[in-house]
Design a protein around this ligand. Structure first.
Ligand code: CA
Ligand code: CA
Ligand code: CA
Length: 399
């Protein structure tokens, strides 16, 4: 009650002040008449006055005008340098208000990198390359492994990291916001996919599709604590795609006894137990080529759960005897799903972002990108399917 009274008192004072001079009114409003910011950086604007409704109108450097928000607070961002004008209107029968401000968008003082500069999270599911890519060393904490993942995929270091089985993920970002330019792909991701040579026209080989998600730092605190949105790739609406799929993997018990397969290539058929919310369960076997622990050694908990969109299995054993698996690519919209030379098929549009109901969300940009393995599949001696990545680039900044 007191807070409410204070609010009205403050509005009253601000209204009186605004009647005096423009200079005082801007103090009461909490907005400045002129701002200078670098391109691809956010400018949070939080006026202190309230009213029935609000309108932010943006005038671009070329003179074109549009209403960009009807909320009280607005976060301005622009990819291009230039002078922008914002008009803020409080629409209210008692205390209407109009305020114009100029935002001068400048080139950054220190040139941006077009590549990854930060890894925020590295949480792979178990897999045959886990504890190796990146390498776990005795005593490493989760923060150490995040740092190692960052060293691997930052800049043009181009060292592959593996995300393990379904759900395992990495979250990375850049030294600026990747702005969503309408009608254009915004960023690209590199993996280690290749097409096999027997039937190249079928675009199959080692395609291990990873789901890509984006998040905009809406609260402008620099942390990935904002809503996440999936980029809806070609399989998003396929009847064989399962949304909200949850899987749990178990760490093998210390006294676990390996059960080798008949052919000598699988050294433990019952190595990592998994179960999902649909009541299915199985094992990720261990193979002879990768003898290290598959469960992330730095994770203290003895089980790990992951939730996400599960794509249908994409592998076919074309030999019929388990000797030659082909993992076919999906059409578009996934990481590690087409060879790196296919620039377009490894490039992503932030406008593909959808909410949990599949509705487009129209994000202004992406500060955080997450990639997770999108299939739960085991292919004999070549092992479980896992997404790998080694680089990402903001396509709006030339190399
Ligand atoms: Ca775009
Ligand atoms: Ca945030
Ligand atoms: Ca791969």
């Amino acid at each position: 009650m007191i807070a409410r009274y204070l609010k009205y008192a403050l509005i009253g004072i601000a209204a009186i002040l605004s009647a005096c001079t423009d200079e005082i009114s801007t103090v009461g409003l909490g907005l400045e008449p002129v701002y200078r910011i670098a391109r691809m950086q956010k400018l949070p604007l939080s006026p202190m006055l309230t009213g029935e409704s609000y309108r932010w109108t943006l005038t671009m450097p070329d003179g074109s005008q549009s209403v960009v928000s009807t909320a009280k607070d607005y976060v301005f961002i622009a990819a291009e340098e230039g002078s922008y004008t914002l008009s803020f209107d409080i629409i209210d029968p008692e205390t209407p208000y109009h305020f114009d401000l100029t935002v001068n968008v400048l080139h950054e003082e220190v040139e941006y990198s077009p590549y990854i500069s930060r890894v925020y999270e590295y949480r792979p599911a178990p897999g045959q390359f886990i504890n190796e890519m990146p390498k776990y060393e005795e005593g490493d904490s989760e923060a150490d492994m995040v740092r190692k993942a960052e060293e691997s995929i930052s800049g043009k270091n181009d060292v592959l990291i593996s995300l393990g089985g379904f759900g395992g993920y990495v979250t990375f970002g850049f030294d600026h916001t990747v702005v969503n330019i309408p009608g254009q792909r915004d960023f690209r991701i590199w993996g280690n996919c290749f097409y096999e040579l027997l039937q190249p026209e079928k675009k199959g080989g080692s395609c291990e599709p990873g789901i890509v998600m984006v998040s905009y730092d809406a609260n402008c605190n620099g942390l990935p604590d904002d809503p996440w949105y999936e980029l809806a790739g070609s399989e998003y609406s396929s009847p064989s795609t399962r949304h909200n799929y949850t899987i749990t993997y178990e760490r093998p018990a210390p006294d676990h006894t390996p059960q080798p397969g008949a052919d000598g290539m699988l050294t433990d058929m019952c190595y990592i137990a998994w179960s999902d919310y649909d009541g299915e369960s199985g094992f990720m076997p261990k193979n002879a080529f990768h003898p290290q622990d598959y469960y992330p050694r730095w994770i203290a908990e003895n089980s790990m759960s992951f939730t996400g969109t599960l794509l249908a299995p994409n592998a076919v054993d074309i030999s019929g005897n388990g000797s030659y698996y082909v993992l076919y690519s999906y059409a578009w919209g996934y990481a590690d799903n087409h060879p790196n030379e296919e620039a377009d098929l490894n490039s992503f549009d932030i406008s593909w972002a959808v909410d949990a109901d599949g509705n487009p969300v129209g994000l202004p940009g992406a500060d955080f990108v997450r990639v997770y393995t999108g299939v739960n599949q085991y292919c004999g001696w070549i092992g479980e399917t896992s997404t790998e990545i080694c680089r990402a680039q903001d396509l709006h900044i030339p190399e």
